[in-house]
Design a protein around this ligand. Structure first.
Ligand SMILES: Cc1cc2nc3c(=O)[nH]c(=O)nc-3n(C[C@H](O)[C@H](O)[C@H](O)COP(=O)(O)O)c2cc1C
Length: 193
């Protein structure tokens, strides 16, 4: 059976980021399922803070178009989203805002978010594991951008102790939740092929 293409995208650039670790683990789990998976960093798509005047004057920056094209080239997207002030990081929100504005020839509105499926996860040093970031991100993607987001999600609490030396999750319950979520993402992504 041909593999859907899955993109993995962490919402942090921090050295030692727990969400980059979560993204790396999701990438490994998908690769073990023989899925065609690509992990990117938003460091490779630097963008100015969204400015509607700039957008109107010069259009979207090349990196917004490139990121939109990268997302559009995949059937499923897993986002590892840190929690800042009970929401998503400005880095992630800014990237989503710019990408949401990109319309290439013949594109519908919010083109990057249509005809593909999203799954979301978070890791935080707090006891709630970034759960509120997931609530905010689900709202942004579903209500803001019209995206389909799978109902499963995983929030990894106490992130400094959650991963072992091999970057696997210590707690089997969380590892199984991630696997179940990724399995659903793959199943739904197949429907988008
Ligand atoms: C400005 C700021 C705000 C934060 N607010 C929250 C928060 O509201 N809830 C929470 O669980 N963690 C919060 N944190 C902790 C981060 O979620 C935690 O440091 C996490 O590891 C960051 O993700 P990263 O490791 O992928 O960079 C905050 C951190 C920063 C820097």
């Amino acid at each position: 059976m041909p593999s859907p293409k899955i993109l993995v995208l962490p919402g942090s650039l921090r050295t030692g980021s727990h969400n980059v670790r979560l993204a790396a683990l999701a990438t490994k789990e998908l690769a073990l399922l023989d899925i065609d998976v690509t992990r990117i960093s938003l460091a490779d798509y630097p963008l100015p803070l969204y400015d509607a005047d700039l957008d109107a004057r010069t259009g979207q920056p090349d990196n917004a178009v490139k990121l939109k094209q990268m997302i559009s080239a995949h059937h499923g997207i897993f986002i590892a989203s840190p929690e800042y002030s009970a929401s998503v990081t400005p880095l992630l929100k800014n990237a989503i805002d710019w990408v949401s504005r990109v319309r290439e020839k013949g594109d519908p509105t919010y083109a990057a978010f249509k005809n593909r499926v999203f799954a979301i996860g978070s890791a935080s040093t707090s006891a709630t594991g970034g759960l509120r970031s997931l609530m905010a991100l689900r709202q942004i993607l579903e209500l803001g951008c019209g995206a389909m987001v799978v109902p499963e999600q995983v929030a990894i609490p106490d992130a400094e102790r959650a991963f072992d030396d091999m970057d696997n999750l210590v707690e089997m319950r969380l590892a199984n939740l991630l696997r179940a979520e990724l399995a659903r993402l793959v199943d739904m992504a197949r429907l988008m092929m």
